[in-house]
Design a protein. Structure first.
Length: 193
């Protein structure tokens, strides 16, 4: 079911989310929440969504990009459910990203790590590890920030770069996509399209 998305200023976005117990992952309420997150993310054309963005304080996020109108430059990223995700960086390499958020009406520039590895549970409660690189790594860091109570407004380090989506498209989009060519090429995991 599509749910309303909580916007910046709501305290639920600032509370670190609670981990889901292993036994609870496969219960009906948690499975319904996961389905709601998927429906809401697709409806909003997001590249990811965290449970607290629909007002639920649980450490669950979804990521996935499939012919996304908001992000046409983003490589295909298979839909994934991340329960209790944490990440570690594989090295110090970063790239400059311009990020927006379904809960924030503006975008801006910030740094993201290029290469990370996560540990999480899938929606069956099974643990997995996965390496992400490039834009996928940025998306995962953005969602884990949500689960820790952080927003892009905490990470944007150049306030003069803040813009609406419409003005980003008009004035910054082409230069930005050129600037992240390397991060796009190195994006993993990617599907076969
Ligand atoms: Ni967001």
């Amino acid at each position: 079911m599509i749910k309303p998305i909580v916007e910046i200023g709501d305290p639920v976005l600032r509370e670190p989310t609670r981990p889901v117990s292993y036994e609870a992952v496969t219960t009906e309420p948690v499975q319904s929440l996961i389905d709601d997150l998927i429906d809401t993310m697709r409806h909003a054309d997001g590249a990811g969504i965290a449970a607290n963005q629909i007002g639920i304080n649980l450490r669950i996020a979804i990521i996935g990009v499939d012919h996304n109108d908001r992000y046409p430059y983003k490589p295909h990223l298979p839909m994934q459910v991340l329960v209790n995700p944490t990440y570690r960086t594989l090295d110090d390499e970063t790239y400059r990203n311009n990020e927006g958020c379904l809960s924030v009406p503006v975008r801006g520039y910030l740094d993201r790590f290029m290469n990370i590895e996560i540990e999480a549970l899938n929606r069956n409660g099974e643990p997995f590890q996965q390496v992400y690189r490039g834009l996928s790594a940025g998306t995962v860091q953005h969602e884990i920030d949500h689960l820790d109570g952080f927003l892009i407004t905490d990470r944007i380090d150049d306030n003069a770069s803040i813009s609406t989506w419409e003005n980003f498209r008009r004035h910054e989009y082409d230069a930005f996509v050129d600037s992240i060519a390397d991060a796009i090429i190195r994006t993993e995991p990617r599907g076969d399209t």
